[in-house]
Design a protein around this ligand. Structure first.
Ligand code: HEC
Length: 126
């Protein structure tokens, strides 16, 4: 499996991570990943840009998306691994846009020991 999905390989699956996210995930997580949707608020969805989500590795995120979790649907049968990688890439982009260079979440770029932070700290909204 190619690491970076070549859209041409997948024919009709020629969609960017952003397009895939908007089609498959935004209904619950919101187009910006904030979880500010009817479903998202009702199920208290975490902001996908938050440190708690971003501290997961790409592999963990891909695994979670493929297998689902709680009320989160399983995507392993709907998205191929390349598409899941594209979506994971888009989750990183979302976070990057939110925090910006030198923002409060510079630790997002450094691997950190999970659990060493008080929960919710980095989840401040503007
Ligand atoms: C039907 C609504 C729904 C859709 C569609 C959906 N999710 Fe979720 N997602 C959830 C729920 C509910 C949770 C919280 C699961 C839990 O913690 O029990 C969640 C959690 C997550 C998490 C965080 C996991 C964690 O540990 O808190 C990520 C990342 C995520 N979703 C990504 C995605 C991506 C990417 C897509 C599209 C491919 C997607 N979701 C589509 C409902 C949805």
């Amino acid at each position: 499996m190619a690491l970076v999905a070549s859209p041409a390989l997948f024919g009709q699956g020629a969609e960017t991570g952003e397009a895939l996210f908007k089609r498959n995930c935004a209904g619950c997580h919101g187009p910006d990943g904030s979880g500010q949707t009817a479903m998202g608020v009702a199920s208290k969805l975490q902001d996908l840009r938050s440190a708690d989500v971003q501290k997961m590795t790409d592999a963990q995120l891909a695994d979670m998306i493929a297998k689902g979790k709680g009320k989160m649907p399983t995507y392993g049968a709907r998205l191929n691994p390349g598409q899941i990688q594209s979506v994971v890439g888009y989750l990183r982009e979302l976070a990057g846009e939110e925090v910006g260079p030198g923002g409060p979440a510079t630790y997002l770029r450094k691997p950190e020991i999970p659990g060493s932070r008080p929960p919710g700290k980095a989840d401040e909204r503007r």
